[in-house]
Design a protein around this ligand. Structure first.
Ligand SMILES: Cc1ncc(COP(=O)(O)O)c(C=O)c1O
Length: 380
């Protein structure tokens, strides 16, 4: 260990002497892993040792990738530093400079911005198409097209994608498919079972579930995930061990959270649909056997003053995110979909009265009461 204070104060670890068997996976908050000698390093490259350097691989980030893979019926998964990072490495594993991607028009604004700005710099062209029109998808295919991209339940208008048809169509033209399953989660929909090649998540949302971790995951078959992992390593989009650990902790309650949140959302959607001061309620009707998700989007245009509605929400937090255990609201026009021009927003139905509600695990009576009161106060 060394004799001097300066050495001892650094080399005090008792790790090698202890036989600790912790109940939950510890946080491997380390940038690298140590080796006994040079031969030991070679063992890593021969596949006989698992870890070298945390950007390349870490037990916590690997655990998150493997856990989501298990829930999504995938062979393997890669964790990333955010949902957007996961989308980037997923897309770059399936499209390179000169290739063409067809994406649904009504995707998350941040993904839209990534596709319209950064992918262009990578030499990848993206066409945005109305995915309710399958013929329009076929018409958009060129000899450069490699990938079709959409969301299982779209943000913020909650259109349920016809995943099976899209997967079949893509196979017919030898194209790859990628689905963002953030809103549905594998609790509701498992896109790989429907023929999709890669599934991506913003684990910042339901997988983490507590609004305290920013993370992403890509899952798919072994060969595809190896390519995604290479992108993650080379582009440095790796997730930190602590964030991965937090996401894994959140994931353990996904089933019970979703059960409650989906049930609450159904009841809130019904109550809002019955309220004459709500212009329109967007809530899917056929997303899965287990329900239709925990987001309810409403349009108050012409019925309520939107600013007054937001001011009257009492304990409901106004946040530009979703999916935590607390009920929250967001305003897509100036946050998640700000990157879209007013014209595109209008085409998609993102009006100045559109409010996205992320329904939490609280008492449904309290949730309905708070929204009913805010609407009552804001109605025109
Ligand atoms: C559907 C969807 N996908 C991806 C993202 C991006 O995730 P992150 O913020 O973790 O990068 C978001 C963020 O809101 C989202 O709603």
């Amino acid at each position: 260990m060394g004799e001097h204070f300066a050495t001892q104060s650094v080399h005090f670890s008792t790790q090698d002497k202890q036989k600790i068997e912790s109940k939950v996976t510890p946080i491997y908050q380390t940038t690298a892993f140590k080796f006994k000698d040079l031969e030991d390093i070679e063992k890593f490259y021969q596949g006989d040792k698992d870890y070298l350097y945390s950007r390349v691989g870490n037990p916590n980030t690997d655990e998150l990738g493997a856990a989501v893979a298990l829930l999504e019926h995938a062979d393997a998964g890669v964790a990333a530093s955010s949902g957007l990072a996961a989308i980037l490495i997923g897309v770059l594993s399936l499209a390179k400079a000169g290739d063409h991607v067809i994406a649904s028009k009504d995707i998350y604004g941040g993904t839209y911005e990534l596709f319209t700005t950064e992918l262009d710099d990578f030499g990848i062209e993206v066409s945005f198409v109305d995915f309710t029109d399958h013929q329009a998808i076929v018409s958009a295919i060129t000899n450069k097209t490699t990938l079709i991209y959409s969301e299982s339940i779209t943000n913020p208008l909650l259109r349920v994608e016809d995943i099976e048809t899209i997967a079949k169509l893509a196979k017919q033209y030898q194209l790859k498919t990628m689905i963002d399953n953030t809103f549905a989660t594998p609790y509701l929909i498992q896109p790989l079972d429907l023929g999709i090649d890669l599934v991506v998540h913003s684990a910042t949302k339901y997988l983490g579930g507590h609004s305290d971790v920013t993370a992403g995951v890509v899952v798919g078959d072994q060969e595809s995930i190896e390519k995604v992992k290479r992108k993650a390593i080379n582009l440095g989009t790796t997730l930190s061990p602590f964030e991965a650990w937090l996401a894994c902790r959140g994931l353990k309650t996904l089933d019970v959270r979703m059960e409650r949140q989906v049930r609450n959302a159904r009841k809130l959607a019904d109550a809002l649909a019955a309220n004459p001061a709500v212009g329109c309620v967007y809530y899917p009707s056929h997303a899965s056997e287990k329900g239709n998700g925990a987001i309810v989007t409403i349009d108050l245009t012409g019925f309520c003053d939107t600013a007054t509605f937001f001011k009257g929400l009492d304990w409901v937090k106004i946040v530009p995110t979703l999916a935590g255990v607390e009920t929250s609201v967001s305003y897509p026009q100036t946050t998640s979909h700000r990157a879209l021009s007013l014209e595109v927003q209008e085409q998609l139905g993102i009006t100045d009265g559109l409010v996205r509600i992320s329904v939490g695990i609280e008492s449904i009576d309290d949730i309905i009461r708070v929204f009913t009161k805010a609407i009552e106060r804001a109605k025109l």
